[in-house]
Design a protein around this ligand. Sequence first.
Ligand SMILES: *Cc1c(COP(=O)(O)O)cnc(C)c1O
Length: 400
Amino acid sequence: MPLAAGRHHVAIPGPSVMPDRVLRAMHRPAPDIYSAEFAEMVHGLYPDLLAVARDTEANVAIYIANGHGAWEAALINVLAQGDRVLVLSSGHFARGWAGVARALGAQVEVIDAGPGGALPLDRLEARLREDRHGAIRAILCVHVDTSNGVRNDVAAVRAAMDATGHPALLMVDCIASLGCERFEMADWGVDVMLAASQKGLMTPPGLGFVFFGARAAEARLRADRVTPYWDWQPRAAPEMFYQLFGGTAPTHHLYALREALTMLVHEEGIESALARHAVLARALWAAAEIWSRAGALEIAVADPSRRSHSVTAFRTEGDHGTRLREWLAAHAGVTLGIGLGNAPPDTPDWHRLFRIGHMGHLNAHMLLGVLGSLQAGMVALGIPHGAGGLDAAAAVCAGS
Ligand SMILES: *Cc1c(COP(=O)(O)O)cnc(C)c1O
């Protein structure tokens, strides 16, 4: 019996659910981009973005771009031809960012922990101690790798760098974590952090953010690949308003972002939003732990302390991943995420995988709806699973 009519829920890890208020904020005629009202609205976004990044001293450049654009923008402003960078990889997105660095002419070294693996910080330390002349200009890592749901310990990366006294910049991709996971740009000594609008920030895809501190601003002075559009300097410190966006402002995205930041920073508050993500993630893990007792499905990252609060990747037996995705979309009105970046499409491994995005505008009833639908799917498809997963998730939401 198809039960999919009603409001569909897209539980993929970005674009995440956009609040109705955010959508309504965009439903307006073109504003006068030369008006004082518009400029005031735009200028008001910056302190709120810095509050989310937790570094009131940082600069932020906003690009009309997705996360891939932010990757490129971040690198182009600090690298000179032939510079060496070290990428700490635990998945698809770190490898993707490494590829951008390579394409920009950097010499890229990768310390690969494997998908979802713990970053080998002893190897990082050893490599930095060996690099006596400071050839390595930057350490790149991804806070949450969306392909497998691992959360890397950025503070520990900084501590390992500090232990060696190495001067490399620390650059972090927070696209899947900003607004969902604790991230302390100032306290953790992060030099460059990048994000995008469509995940924890609840805004349509199309805005990329590059936050940078004083040491990164200094590195910009010797970068030799900077092009006018990607230069972060005029965007972060414009002499004329239009320089903020290198041309016409992305007006409607900015109204959407204004509404989303009002909700996140001024209404719910960042600490409450982080706590909400943590509890909802624990509810999901509690259900999965019980289901997995019958062996047909498990969370890709085994250690709960390294799991993200914004996205969870599952591994199943056989083609249960694809069958569940198809059943939930057709019968329950829920779209689950594909197993991006872990196997080529349409291979047996591909069909084993699925992901759930639980980032941004998500409350208990939405998450419990996804989990209840998943449990119904396992029953309908005859997929073996431990009994009581949904009860365990409800208990976490109940605060027990
Ligand atoms: C989504 C994502 C990206 C890519 O962002 P796009 O907006 O799709 O270009 C990069 N890194 C991480 C960690 C992501 O989650």
